[in-house]
Design a protein around this ligand. Sequence first.
Ligand code: ZN
Length: 97
Amino acid sequence: MTIKDIKKKKKAQLFKVELILKYGGKCCKCGYNNNLCNLCFHHINPNNKLFGIDMHAFTHKSRKKILNEVIKCELLCHHCHNDFHHPEGLDWKKWDI
Ligand SMILES: [Zn+2]
């Protein structure tokens, strides 16, 4: 990884932190806020989603494009995000195996 890459990654992380703070700094469902990597932006209405706001987007998309996309989102932790997208996994302990 070059110095340029490291700077680019750091800049992307700082932008993510800036947006997370704007969204209350924690998961809006459970309040989790420990690890930056476990916080994500969830599109409330998937029909108007242009792209996912992940680290790839933070390093490759313009600030303006991300700002226009993040307004469609709420801040969730990965646990709550997976509970939303994969509710079938919630009752795995009751599965007959
Ligand atoms: Zn959560």
